[in-house]
Structure formats: C-alpha cells, structure tokens
Design a protein around this ligand. Structure first.
Ligand code: PLP
Length: 430
C-alpha cells in the first residue's frame, strides 16, 4: 500500500504541530513509530487516506462515531442547524431536548449539564462531589483514563495505603496527594483504602466497564461493592461513562449492568461526532452546581446548538430497533473468526468483547485489570496493527484501546477484516 502522501504530510505537520498530532494517542509511538495516516474523508464504516487508500475503520474516532462517518441523518441535522447559526450564548430548546433524551435513557440522571468534552465532565463531577461532601480525596482505579485534568493524571502509590504521585510533568505533588489509586476488580484493596482514608474520600471515580486498558468487564459484584463501601463512608460514586454511554445499549453501562451511581460523566457518542460532554445525577448533588449552588462550572461553547443537534440526531439513529443486536452479532463474528484463525497459528491471544466493542491482546493470560493488560505483548500488537493497516483495516494504534463496531459495518466487512487478520497472524507466526 502506497502511503507516501501521508508520510509527507506527517513530516510537514511535525514542523508545526507538537508531535504532529493534536492528541498523543494519534501518534504511532505505541506501535513502533512511523507516520500516522492522514485521512481525507469517511463514509459509513470506511475512510480514505490522502493517497486514496480505503480502510475499514474500527477506531470510530476513539468511540464517538458509532453510526459511521457522515451518517445522512446526523449530517442533515448539522447542516440545518449551521444555517440557523452555530452559537447564540442563550438557552435553546435543543439543550432541553437532548437533556430529556439522556434522562429517559439513563434514569439515574435527575438533572444534567452539558460541557464540551469528557475531560470537562469528569473534572466537574469531581468538583461537585467535593462540594457536596466537603471532602478532598478522590479514589480511582489503576489504568483508567479519565481525561487530562491534573487530578486524574496521577499514578498509583505503592499500595492502597499510600496516596498517588504525578503521572505527568506539571502535575504537583500536592494534587497527587489528593488521589488514591487501587486495582480494578479487587474489593479487598478498595476496602483497605477506605479503612485508611474513608472519612476523607469525596468520591470514587470508576469506568463501570473499562475502556482504557482494553475493554474489561467488572467482576460480578464489584460495582455493587463500590456502592456499598463508598456509601457507608459517605462518599459519592461517580461513573465515567464517556466511552460506555450508548455503547452497548440505548442507555449507559449502568443500565446494561443494573447498577446505579450518584453522578455520571458522559461524552463521545452523545454528540454524534461533534465536541460534547455532559454530567448529571442525583438532584440533591447536582443542586450544588452554579447558579443554584456554590460549585462553579461554565462554558462559552457548552450546550452549543451544533453539538446538540448532532447529538439528538445520533441518539435518534440509535433508537432504530435491532441496531445494538447487529453490532453484538458482528462483534461475535469477529471474535469467533479470530479465534478460529488462531486454531491454525496458535499465538497466545486473549479477547475481551462486550457487544460491539472488543480488545485483542497478545497474551497468555486473561485481562481483568491494568497490571494484566500491561503484561500483554506490546511488540506483537504493534506488528499486528501495521499488518492490518497494510491490508486496509484501521485499528487504534495502542494495545490498550478497543475495536469499535458501528451501525454501518457489514458481514462482508467482517469477512474482509478476518482475511486481513489471517494474513497478520501468518506473518506474526513466522
Ligand atoms: N473518560 C474516559 C473514560 C475516556 O475514555 C476519555 C477519553 O478518551 C475521557 C474521559 C476524556 O474525554 P475527552 O477526550 O472528550 O476529553
């Protein structure tokens, strides 16, 4: 496959944009380096690069593009709104309409607020939990990504009885000391952290289904244990559903799993591909937010008409009967197909799949937490990624990300993807 135009454009971007990319995960640093492919246009499950190569896409722009590229219903809604003005700085009915759709789909949301990104949403839930409890410490789980504000760029301490250390230059020790990080899927360490810090913990921040060290399900009873332990200590339970909202069903992972948080941070899919975030939850906690309460959060672009129109249109598409069943069916076909191919090649692999979201690890062990994900083979994944790209299949350039099915993938796309995977496995087995 000829990608010389992409290579030239990437070299040019490196001159002007830090690292050539506007979000670090878009670089190929985690898959052995090389020029990131420059995309020119997308339609449905495919996009085309600047050299004219077509790819079947499983990145879905890191999650939001669940209805495929340039979905006609969403494109029409964006065009229609653009002609009426893209920003007013006043309330619109669009905001109420999308808020009502979210509330109907996710019953734990008594009230919501829109922001511009997942980061802003999680950041505000943390502030609100602190305002509500009058406490400082946030407990989170190792390996989960919650955006790029200081408090969540904190690595684990040496165990549940130590506070964190900065995970990024520019994050202060004092901020890191406001966070405790424990392993996902381990009730004992959670309990130990609460035994030590419980009366200072404002909130527990958790992805109910993890999407950031690959797709990882909570063990049965784990989320229920979080609720029980946190609530007993007077702490707020915050679900980060930025990846998981509307991913597995029309609603959140919380509906899918039958568990209920106090606050929920949302993003990605709910904007249909335009910048968005939202957070919401119990009325008495949300009433802490300005202008009703003392916890401040604002945004010039928050609730902007374009993102609202796009989000409403996306959720309308997702109400189509059978759509999630189709993504689950195709996800299963992909998973089963890869396992069948591997009968022949006998590589060490582990697959985690929930509906239309899946991670393929090169690993001789299952993955239920971050330590296990870290211990999977990065070099093998990097080579696999590049073989798939060469055959016209675009995956996220990191072993920690998911493959996302969209409503637009077809049986034929899965067959073609499996053909590419067969080639990749044959090369890896050599
Ligand atoms: N939370 C989770 C679980 C995420 O995966 C992400 C982004 O990938 C974020 C928060 C941050 O969202 P954004 O990139 O929109 O700021």
């Amino acid at each position: 496959m000829n990608r010389t135009t992409s290579e030239k454009l990437y070299a040019e971007a490196l001159e002007h944009i830090v690292g050539g990319v506007n979000s670090p995960s878009r670089s190929y640093a985690a898959v052995g380096g090389g020029a990131a492919v420059f995309m020119k246009k997308g339609k449905g499950a495919y996009f085309w690069d600047e050299d004219g190569n077509r790819y079947i896409d499983y990145l879905a722009a890191y999650g939001p593009i669940i209805t495929g590229f340039a979905h006609p219903h969403i494109t029409e809604a964006i065009k229609k709104q653009a002609e009426l003005g893209v920003l007013y700085g006043t309330p619109t009915t669009l905001e109420t309409d999308l808020a009502v759709m979210l509330k109907k789909a996710i019953p734990s949301l008594d009230k919501v607020r829109f922001t511009n990104s997942g980061t802003e949403s999680v950041m505000t839930t943390v502030r609100v939990a602190r305002a509500y409890t009058g406490r400082k410490i946030i407990l989170k789980f190792a390996g989960s990504y919650h955006g790029h504000f200081d408090l969540v760029l904190v690595a684990a301490g040496s165990g549940p009885s130590t506070l964190g250390s900065p995970d990024s230059a520019g994050v202060t020790e004092s901020t890191a000391h406001e966070v405790v990080t424990v392993p996902f899927n381990n009730v004992d360490t959670l309990q130990q952290a609460f035994d030590k810090w419980g009366s200072d913990i404002a909130g527990v921040l958790v992805e109910p289904i993890v999407g950031n060290f690959g797709m990882v399900m909570p063990r049965p009873g784990f989320l229920e244990a979080i609720n029980e332990i946190a609530h007993q200590a007077g702490s707020v339970v915050i679900y980060d559903e930025v990846i998981t909202n509307f991913r597995f069903m029309y609603g959140g992972a919380q509906n899918y799993l039958g568990v209920t948080p106090d606050l929920t941070a949302m993003g990605k899919i709910i904007g249909g591909g335009l910048p968005i975030g939202a957070y919401g939850g119990k009325k008495e906690i949300m009433d802490e937010v300005a202008p009703l309460g003392p916890a401040y959060q604002a945004g010039t672009m928050a609730g902007n008409p374009l993102s609202m129109a796009s989000g409403i249109a996306c959720l309308e598409v997702l109400q189509t009967p059978g759509i999630y069943e189709k993504m689950d069916h195709l996800g299963k076909k992909l998973e089963d197909g890869i396992q069948a191919i591997n009968e022949k090649y006998q590589l060490s692999i582990a697959i985690n799949r929930i509906g239309g979201a899946m991670t393929l690890y090169f690993s001789d062990h299952e993955v239920t937490n971050y330590e296990e994900a870290k211990a999977t083979d990065s070099e093998m994944f990097g080579r696999f990624f590049k073989y798939m790209l060469e055959k016209g299949v675009n995956l996220a350039p990191s072993k920690y990300e998911a493959w996302f099915l969209t409503t637009e993938h077809s049986e034929k796309d899965i067959d073609d993807t499996l053909e590419a995977a067969e080639y990749a496995f044959s090369q890896l087995a050599n």
